[in-house]
Design a protein around this ligand. Structure first.
Ligand SMILES: CC(C)(COP(=O)(O)OP(=O)(O)OC[C@H]1O[C@@H](n2cnc3c(N)ncnc32)[C@H](O)[C@@H]1OP(=O)(O)O)[C@@H](O)C(=O)NCCC(=O)NCCSC(=O)CCC(=O)c1ccccc1C(=O)O
Length: 266
C-alpha cells in the first residue's frame, strides 16, 4: 500500500507506526485511518512481530483527533466509501483492530494526545509519555464525542468520576497528572521516549507470544461489550454531525472564535 499519512517500519520483531501529519498536529483524516488499519493488519499477520509502537511525527503532537479542516458541511469527514464509515472515518474499525491485534500495542505519546487522538492512546495496551505530553478530550467543545471505548473504557482506566470530568470539562492534563490517574505507565524525558518504548517492546518480545496473546484476549474479554456500544456511538455521531449544533463546534474552531452552544439550550 502506498503510504502518505503514516510511516511504517519493522525492526527485529517490533513494528512502529507513526502518524505523519505534523503540520496538522497529526490530526487524522480518512486516508490516515485507512493506512493505520492497514499497518496494524500487517503487523497482526506477520508472525515475526511481537509488539507494536504507535507514535506521532514531530515534537508537538501524538495525535489531535479528527482533522477539522477535512470535515465537510454535510455531516462527516472526507470519506464516504461504504456504510462502515458512517462518520466518514473508519475509526471504529481502527479501534477494534488495535484492541484485537494479538500483540501488545504501546502508545509512545510525544506531545498532544487530544480528542480522537487521546482515545487512540487510551485503547493501546500501554502508554509511555514524554514529560512534555498533554492529554485530554475536546469533543464537546467542537461538537463531537466518542461514546464507545473513548468514554466507557476510559472510565475503567481512570474511574467514573475522573472520566466524566475529562469529557465534561475538556481540560488538558500533564503527563504527571495523567500518570497519577492511571492513564500513563511511565514518563520519560522527551528525548528518550522512542528508546524507552522500544525497550518495553523488546522486554515483551522475550516473553511467550502465546501467553501474551491469551492475556491480551483475557483483558479484552471483560470490556468486549463496549464494542456494541461503540457501534451505536458512531452511528449516533454520524447523525449528530448533520446538526447545526455540531457544525457550530467545528466552525468556531476553524474560524478561531468562541463557540456559542447557548442557542441549542432551549
Ligand atoms: C491541540 C491544541 C490544543 C493545540 O493548541 P496550540 O498549541 O495552541 O496549536 P493550534 O494553533 O491550536 O494548532 C496548530 C495548528 O494545528 C491545527 N489543528 C489543531 N488541531 C486540529 C484538528 N483537530 N484538525 C485540524 N487542524 C488542527 C490548527 O488549526 C493550527 O493550524 P493553523 O493553520 O495555524 O490554523 C489545539 O489545536 C486543539 O484544541 N485542537 C483541536 C483538537 C480537537 O478538537 N480535535 C477533535 C476532537 S473531536 C473528539 O474529541 C471526538 C472524539 C473522537 O474520538 C472521534 C471519534 C470518532 C471520530 C472522530 C473523532 C474525532 O476526533 O473527531
Amino acid at each position: 500500500m502506498g503510504l502518505t499519512d503514516i510511516l511504517y517500519e519493522k525492526v527485529e520483531g517490533v513494528a512502529k507506526v507513526t502518524i505523519n501529519r505534523p503540520k496538522s498536529l497529526n490530526a487524522f483524516r480518512a486516508e490516515t485511518i485507512k493506512e493505520l488499519i492497514w499497518a496494524f493488519r500487517d503487523a497482526w499477520d506477520d508472525n515475526r512481530i511481537g509488539a507494536v509502537i504507535l507514535t506521532g511525527a514531530g515534537e508537538k503532537a501524538f495525535c489531535v483527533g479528527g482533522d477539522q479542516k477535512e470535515k465537510g458541511d454535510e455531516g462527516g469527514y472526507d470519506y464516504n466509501g461504504g456504510l462502515g464509515g458512517g462518520i466518514g472515518l473508519e475509526v471504529e474499525n481502527l479501534h477494534q483492530t488495535i484492541r484485537n491485534i494479538p500483540k501488545p500495542v504501546i502508545a509512545a505519546v510525544n506531545g498532544y494526545a487530544i480528542g480522537g487522538g487521546h482515545v487512540l492512546h487510551v485503547i493501546c495496551d500501554l502508554t509511555i509519555a514524554a514529560d512534555t505530553a498533554k492529554f485530554g478530550q475536546s469533543g464537546p467543545k467542537v461538537g463531537s464525542y466518542d461514546a464507545g471505548f473513548g468514554s466507557a473504557y476510559l472510565a475503567r482506566v481512570v474511574g467514573e468520576k475522573k472520566a466524566r470530568e475529562i469529557w465534561y470539562l475538556c481540560e488538558q492534563y500533564t503527563a504527571e497528572e495523567s500518570k497519577e490517574m492511571g492513564l500513563v505507565n511511565k514518563i520519560v524525558p522527551a528525548s528518550e521516549l522512542q528508546e524507552e518504548a522500544d525497550k518495553w517492546a523488546r522486554k515483551i518480545l522475550e516473553k511467550s507470544p502465546t501467553a501474551i496473546k491469551m492475556l491480551k484476549y483475557s483483558f479484552n474479554a471483560d470490556s468486549a461489550n463496549i464494542q456494541g456500544i461503540s457501534q451505536l456511538s458512531m452511528g449516533s455521531l454520524a447523525m449528530f454531525y448533520n446538526t447545526e449544533e455540531s457544525e457550530e463546534g467545528k466552525n468556531a474552531f476553524l474560524e478561531k472564535r468562541p463557540v456559542d452552544f447557548n442557542k441549542f439550550r432551549k
